[in-house]
Ligand binder design. Structure first.
Ligand code: C2G
Length: 155
């Protein structure tokens, strides 16, 4: 039996996350996913839109995911690998080389990321709906409207 392990934030769960989990599911018989807790993210200076319990529930509902555990520290990977008898540790290639030190415990692999989609990109799009941003846009439109009125008066 081959056990596969990965970790991630999985905020605003998107097609890149799904494709990664699908590929990981096909790499073994059992897939374990460590989902980073809100406290761990805060330590990394990262905040999520979706809270831990919801992110963990979404990841746990994906076909092929057998177990979700909380990722609470950088050091826990070694303990999790031993405790769960992990054969392959896999991350997307934005982490290429970063976890090679685990190779004394199991196989370490990095898969290509899905192109054209990211949580950062989605957050950028959502920013348009931010009340402060909407206010800025309204101010800008007011200026343009005044300029148009002015131009009309001149002609
Ligand atoms: N991913 C992907 N394609 C994308 C976006 C993300 O394959 N377009 C992969 C990432 O490479 C990562 C996983 O999806 O392996 C989860 O990505 P994030 O939610 O961004 O996780 P991250 O914040 O990188 O957490 O201990 C390490 C971490 O907790 C990693």
């Amino acid at each position: 039996m081959t056990t596969v392990l990965t970790y991630g934030t999985f905020d605003l769960f998107h097609i890149g996350h799904l494709r990664l989990l699908e590929r990981l599911g096909a790499m073994g018989d059992r897939l374990i996913v460590g989902v980073s807790t809100d406290e761990f993210n805060a330590g990394k200076g990262k905040s999520t839109v979706v809270p831990y319990d919801d992110r963990a529930a979404i990841v746990g509902a994906i076909k092929g995911v057998d177990l979700v555990l909380p990722e609470q520290s950088w050091e826990q990977k070694r303990l999790d690998i031993v405790e769960h008898g992990v054969d392959v540790f896999v991350m997307g290639d934005d982490w290429a080389g970063k976890f090679d030190d685990l190779a004394d415990l199991c196989r370490v692999e990095y898969l290509p990321r899905t192109k054209g989609i990211s949580t950062t990109g989605l957050k950028e799009m959502l920013r348009v709906l931010d009340p402060n941003h909407v206010e800025e846009m309204q101010d800008a439109l007011r200026v343009v409207s005044r300029l148009l009125d002015h131009y009309r008066d001149l002609t």
